[in-house]
Design a protein around this ligand. Structure first.
Ligand code: APR
Ligand code: PHB
Length: 390
């Protein structure tokens, strides 16, 4: 088998890159370790920057997003019971974010790929990369017990944090930057209207809490929990009880409880592997970097990587220039690091760190007080939240 761009991973990064390439007439094949059902059952974040919405539009997959996505002009921060609204639209000259689940983005991309009749090989096992330093790299894999080989011009490693692309590089080739946080997020999805029509991010003595949503009828809530916690030990009732205690009274009273349709714990991590290019292999999305979910940047960073990588590949095939490929890593990383900084900052602002001392506590309180008093501080938060320019 031969293609122009071999993509590893059918998450949002791989599918979006595939869609943009296909529409530009660039042949591509996606290899995915999991089944289609598994890929479509993962519940992940759901706040899209305008840049990502525009890219989905360019990729021809924005019809349902435009119909069902909820445009949010702002969100609220809560700290020890006080509420403070961040007017995203007013502070950024009219920019907003769109609430639309990553699972829905993935579904739209899968359907679009199906309509274009482009190949995705699900349940591709033992994917291995070969000759990434040469002009004709190859991927080998097994499917239904049979060995296959895919030869290509370029490999896009879009296979997430636990993928094979980054893992198959020699350790000396990579520089790793990492921060592991001493807590996780316990998330719960419920078919009940959201407590507030906008997101509420709450910092509290008992720990962080977030009120989010997927639609006017479906809510997504999170609470910070110690890393050792097990999801089986959290009944829905205990979850809602803890959530309410961390929210300002007016928000807590508006929480509508119901049976969870999904509940899971995710650890929090900041991670960047540099560079993003090795010969003919290009890393994009979670394969190269992770942010803690505070600030909702993970999915949006996957989209900005894909923006740069798609432009670079199109330049290669259409304009016979490798300038974009040569600068991909530096361009993408510059934006990645700004989102890393922002996600780290917002995580520090709102979480209860177990090792926190009195000084840390005062700094956190003061950071919040400063936000409530300074338009400049809010503007800095808002311009990062809506997404820095590509
Ligand atoms: N071979 C083939 N596919 C693989 C392999 C492998 N060895 N390892 C992982 N994959 C697949 C995974 O099964 C998954 O479907 O790669 C895909 C990676 O998808 P994601 O983890 O969703 O990563 P990405 O596409 O970069 O999406 C951006 O940002 O913060 C996050 O939640 C957000 O998942 C989202 C991500
Ligand atoms: C979500 O809705 O899942 C969500 C929203 C905002 C975040 C993180 C997750 O910052």
């Amino acid at each position: 088998m031969r293609t122009q761009v071999a993509i590893i991973g059918a998450g949002p990064a791989g599918l979006l890159l595939g869609q943009l390439l296909s529409r530009a007439g660039i042949d591509n094949v996606i290899l995915e370790r999991r089944s289609l059902d598994y890929v479509l059952s993962r519940i992940r974040a759901g706040v899209l920057e305008q840049g990502m919405v525009d890219l989905l539009h360019e990729a021809g997959v924005s019809d349902r997003l435009e119909r069902e996505g909820l445009v949010h002009d702002g969100f609220s921060l809560a700290y020890h019971g006080a509420l403070h609204r961040i007017d995203l639209k007013g502070l950024t000259g009219g920019r907003t974010v769109t609430v639309y689940g990553q699972t829905e983005v993935t579904r739209d991309l899968v359907e679009a790929r199906h309509a274009l009749d482009r190949p995705t090989i699900y349940e591709a096992q033992d994917v291995a990369l070969h000759d990434i330093d040469g002009t004709s790299p190859r991927l080998t894999f097994t499917k239904d017990g049979k060995a296959h080989e895919l030869t290509c011009d370029f490999i896009a490693g879009c296979d997430g944090y636990h993928g094979i692309s980054r893992a198959s590089l020699p350790e000396t080739a990579l520089q790793i930057f990492e921060r592991v946080y001493p807590f996780g997020w316990l998330g719960l999805l419920v078919d009940r209207p959201p407590a507030s029509h906008e997101l509420v991010y709450a910092g509290h003595e008992r720990g962080f809490a977030l009120c989010s949503m997927r639609s006017a009828e479906r809510s997504r809530y999170y609470i910070q929990v110690p890393l050792e916690e097990r999801v089986e030990d959290w009944s829905d009732e205990a979850f809602f009880d803890e959530l309410r205690q961390r929210l300002p009274a007016e928000v807590a009273e508006a929480v509508v409880t119901g049976p969870s349709i999904e509940k899971s714990i995710a650890p929090l991590r900041s991670f960047v592997a540099e560079p993003l290019r090795f010969g003919r292999l290009f890393l994009a999305g979670d394969a190269a970097h992770i942010v803690p979910p505070t600030g909702a940047k993970g999915l949006n960073l996957a989209a900005s990587d894909v923006r740069y990588l798609f432009d670079a590949l199109r330049e290669h095939y259409r304009d016979h220039s490798d300038a974009g490929l040569d600068s991909y890593s530096a361009r993408a990383l510059a934006r990645v690091w700004k989102a890393e900084r922002f996600s780290w900052w917002m995580t520090n602002l709102l979480h209860r760190f177990p090792e926190r001392d009195g000084f840390d506590g005062r700094i956190q309180e003061t950071e919040f007080a400063y936000l409530t008093q300074s338009r400049a501080a809010c503007t800095a938060l808002a311009e990062n939240y809506v997404g820095l320019p590509y």
